[in-house]
Design a protein around this ligand. Structure first.
Ligand SMILES: [Zn+2]
Length: 318
């Protein structure tokens, strides 16, 4: 019986397949398959709960938003708040200005002051659409030059907020000193040509952007798959207590290993497709998630073919 496979959701998911690829998450997430997030996935105390997501308190001064895009698209992506004596860092600008404003107000409520810094992990719309609301905040925005140049609003013009952003070094990590705590912004790539992770110690928490997805199949639309696997392997080496994925519930090292298994599973499906002379579409039709991941969310029914196609392109068989 294949009914439990993601293909049973095909009717609803087809809607989102036609949208602009990298903002696929922003469109047409009709709540037909509305399993959404579950309380059983909560790792830490929940300090805020809304239709679009919940905020979990990971440690003193460290909170993560776990968005629930199957229910409500206000925030769309995951993100976080890191507070220290001299500042508050907001991670991501989220899927709408309302989402950003809500998260900024949660920072004020939880950390006692407005965000002083906003870091966006990459240029996709579900992480940057709220940037228009940043101007009201007076916070320093940090983004890589690639993120600045490739972030686009609805009218396809460069984002004026990011033109004023502090450009992040894409070779070396950048430190933000918050007085009693520091965090580092680590340049990486794999999900796009320019991703960053935001990492803090004691406890070690890695805000992964879309380099990591948990219980949701990743979008390879702009991915360089071998780089993606390398980046996640490096992030695994820090053996963090918590990995905050770009989408899906909070992950521990076991969940990260399972995700790495998935990345390798996709790679072997692509190599197999090349050997058999399949197109990425044919291979995507045939692809099935490993048994332990059969209940993962699939945002679009093109995601399998897209992932396999990204590998085929990298391996020289577009
Ligand atoms: Zn995303």
């Amino acid at each position: 019986m294949q009914d439990a496979s993601p293909w049973s959701r095909r009717g609803f998911l087809r809607q989102s397949a036609s949208c602009a690829a990298h903002v696929g998450l922003m469109s047409a997430l009709a709540p037909v398959w509305a399993k959404g997030l579950r309380a059983s996935q909560e790792q830490y105390p929940v300090v805020s709960r809304e239709p679009w997501g919940r905020i979990e308190r990971i440690a003193e001064g460290i909170w993560a938003l776990v968005s629930d895009p199957m229910q409500d698209r206000t925030t769309l992506c995951n993100g976080g708040i890191i507070a220290g004596r001299s500042g508050v860092v907001l991670i991501e600008a989220f899927g709408s200005e309302a989402g950003f404003e809500w998260m900024a107000s949660e920072a004020r409520r939880l950390a006692g002051r407005s965000p002083t810094h906003v870091v966006v992990t990459h240029y996709h719309g579900d992480h940057t659409a709220g940037l228009g609301a940043v101007a009201d905040l007076g916070a320093e925005v940090l983004a890589t030059p690639v993120t600045r140049d490739l972030t686009r609003g609805n009218n396809q013009v460069p984002n004026p907020i990011l033109n004023l952003a502090t450009p992040l070094d894409t070779i070396r990590p950048t430190e933000i000193d918050l007085g009693d705590r520091s965090l580092i912004i680590v340049p990486r790539r794999g999900h796009t040509d320019s991703d960053v992770t935001i990492e803090v110690t004691d406890p070690t928490v890695v805000f992964c952007g879309d380099l990591v997805w948990n219980e949701m199949f990743p979008n390879y639309v702009d991915a360089t798959p071998s780089r993606l696997t390398q980046a996640v392997t490096l992030m695994r080496a820090s053996a963090a207590q918590t990995y905050v994925p770009g989408h899906g519930p909070l992950a521990d090292i076991v969940a990260l290993d399972r995700y790495l298994d998935l990345l390798r599973h996709v790679e072997s499906a692509a190599r197999d497709a090349i050997e058999r002379g399949f197109t990425s579409e044919e291979a995507g039709e045939e692809y099935r998630l490993p048994p332990a991941m059969r209940d993962w969310t699939l945002f679009s029914d093109v995601y399998f073919a897209r992932a396999i196609g990204a590998w085929m392109k990298e391996l020289g068989r577009p």
